[in-house]
Design a protein around this ligand. Sequence first.
Ligand code: NAD
Ligand code: UPG
Length: 452
Amino acid sequence: MKISVIGCGYLGAVHAAALSSLGHTVTGIDTDPARAAQLAAGSAPFHEPGLEPLLQGGLRDGTLHFTPDPAAAAGADVHFLCVGTPQEKTTRRADLGYLTSAVEDLAAHLRPGSTVVGKSTVPAGTSAILTRLLAGTGADLGWNPEFLRQGTAVSDSLQPDRLVYGVPDGTAGAQVARVLDEVYAPLLHDGVPRLITGLATAELTKSAANAFLALKISYLNGIAELCENAGGDVVHLAQALGLDARIGPRYLQAGAGFGGGCLPKDIRALQAQAEDAGAGSLGRLLALVDTLNTETRHRIHESARQMCGGQLAGRRITVLGAAFKPDTDDIRDSPALDIALRLAGSGAVVTVTDPRAAGQPWFRYPELRFEPETAAALRGAELTVLLTEWAEYLALDPRGVSSLVDRCAVLDGRNALDAAAWRAAGWFHRGIGRGRRAGLSTIDAAHSGVGS
Ligand SMILES: NC(=O)c1ccc[n+]([C@@H]2O[C@H](COP(=O)([O-])OP(=O)(O)OC[C@H]3O[C@@H](n4cnc5c(N)ncnc54)[C@H](O)[C@@H]3O)[C@@H](O)[C@H]2O)c1
Ligand SMILES: O=c1ccn([C@@H]2O[C@H](COP(=O)(O)OP(=O)(O)O[C@H]3O[C@H](CO)[C@@H](O)[C@H](O)[C@H]3O)[C@@H](O)[C@H]2O)c(=O)[nH]1
């Protein structure tokens, strides 16, 4: 099939490359000419494992193209809408401006009988707005929300847990479902389940899924606080919960909480929708999930303060990780970045390191020093705070790095380090929700690094 993908960011670039690998001829359109040119040269504009080989394969075979020209959508059978739906600047709602403007541009290039499919995350009712913008084009509209995660986006796209098609009523709906079945034929052949729903249900399914994940994480972070105050260990507790088949083991990792370009903005947009639609209790629940997440960041800041003897001013702190999760360079609403800024705001001298985020605009954060090399970042640290659990940080040899730091004190903000190994190497190690809070002045009690 001939397919256009409109918006080639974290979602669209992967979707375009994945569709070309499924045998379609795909044109990716992005209004950012630099992004379109980079993709056309076979280079991913962000770190996403497995994306570049997929891009280069499609470009080499001539089944994948990228351009900033909206007119290049003309002639395609299917058009996927993958533009951003960020939080509005002054409200909690999703800003649908990129989407409406993309559809207005697209309308001029549609041929009757073609299909427009939304993939962006949107509030219920968005399809109805876009259907009005498409009136007179002869195109049908469907909604096929995307559930990929950054860091595993390629495999999530090619082996998704499920496909959801939101379709309009009547013959148009049957036609949209037929078209999507053709788009995803190889995945359906592999047995991926697909559900056909109404448009509003498909729109809501995506927001409800993200909100549920956020709720699970915040719940565990709330339990982590309780463990800290009451003397439990949230890691063991989560293992015990996860073995209950009704709960499952995933998204139970307590720590610095959720961030990124999706979960935070999506729970806020769902909260706004719930309030607008008279589902006030759901709105309050989602507001609380958001508050718990913010409090989690605050508690890590306070733990760092405690580990520094109650005073952060002038303390040299190294933050391991800047991305909102490992295997991505994305720092949008990153807990690691937020906590680093809070520490700097309290007067600490903060060095941030991350294996992939060196290309981010660090000049916007003059209060932080970014150092791409882990060893250089650790040199002279009085406190080390792990906030993004990159594999390279989990593989650090605590004995080896103790000679770099001034104080062997580590705050494991993701409960991801081998606490026993770090303690055995002479480090003062503290996790999140793992027993009662330690007393003050712990940094002074921590072993001095060999080099200090
Ligand atoms: N990031 C993810 O992992 C992910 C996963 C599933 C769903 N989503 C949803 O997908 C949507 C996109 O998210 P993203 O993270 O890829 O955003 P992004 O900001 O990385 O990408 C959006 C892209 O759209 C381009 N764009 C804006 N207006 C355009 C137009 N009129 N025509 C063509 N291109 C245009 C921008 O230049 C940008 O490159 C959001 O609704 C998001 O919630 C994201
Ligand atoms: O047990 C856990 C699991 C995750 N996180 C954090 O939660 C955030 C989100 O993680 P993840 O869901 O893996 O990443 P995203 O790429 O943001 O993916 C989410 O958002 C996407 C965009 O909407 C959806 O498509 C995905 O299905 C949904 O998982 C990150 O900050 C993680 O560190 C935790 O704190 N504890």
